[in-house]
Design a protein around this ligand. Structure first.
Ligand SMILES: C[S@@+](CC[C@H](N)C(=O)[O-])C[C@H]1O[C@@H](n2cnc3c(N)ncnc32)[C@H](O)[C@@H]1O
Length: 189
């Protein structure tokens, strides 16, 4: 679950009562959202809360690898058959995926849209190809698209009709049908 820095501690206290905390991932957006007018520090990160329902949880460690930094790429460990060839372990501080710039082709009018790259990473690491990914707060549909690109089954809810239409628009060009889309009202009724 993505959550605003201001709310993450409150949300954690609630989730801790029902679920198992695995990690708080810090996504360093790099492009800061400077709406402070110089009155305080600009915000440069966003917490992502990873929780599981039980001690059994999905974690695809092979997908949790990233390319080593340039200084390591020259080392023998990185050459074919070397220890680092498959990449280095991803930590809980994600600094390698910047937020979408306003002029990005991917960008929609959703104010908190996440880059597809980060949505794909989450889906790859925390779901299995045969499972169904449930997306409770679909927003602009980045995780929905990630599931489609990665051939995962999915169910999603979104409370705001404007964003539901936005997702439908994004899905139009996708190679699968949109019948899995369940607006939150249908889900409740
Ligand atoms: C942080 S945004 C999700 C952004 C998404 N990850 C993306 O990349 O577009 C959260 C979304 O949850 C929706 N939302 C809030 N409360 C909800 C609820 N009770 N049920 C379904 N959707 C809800 C909001 O309308 C908002 O679009």
């Amino acid at each position: 679950m993505y959550c605003k820095r201001q709310f993450s501690h409150h949300i954690k206290i609630i989730l801790d009562q029902y679920l198992y905390e695995r990690r708080m991932i810090i996504w360093v957006r790099r492009r800061n959202m400077d709406i402070t007018r110089g009155k305080t520090l600009a915000s440069g990160y966003e917490p992502i809360l990873w929780y599981s329902k039980s001690d059994q949880f999905i974690f695809n460690s092979k997908e949790a690898k990233i390319k080593p930094p340039k200084r390591l790429l020259q080392r023998p460990e990185y050459q074919k058959g070397g220890r680092l060839e498959k990449g280095i372990s991803l930590t809980d501080a994600w600094t390698d995926i910047p937020a979408l710039p306003h002029n990005s082709k991917e960008k929609t009018e959703h104010p908190t849209q996440k880059p597809l790259k980060i949505s794909k990473r989450i889906v790859k690491i925390f779901s299995t190809p045969s499972g169904t990914v449930y997306i409770p707060f679909a927003g602009s549909g980045s995780e929905v698209l990630a599931c489609i690109f990665l051939n995962r089954k999915w169910d999603a809810t979104e409370i705001n009709p404007t964003y539901i239409n936005l997702i439908k628009k994004r899905l139009k060009n996708c190679p699968t049908s949109i019948e899995r889309w369940l607006p939150v009202k249908e889900k409740i009724n």
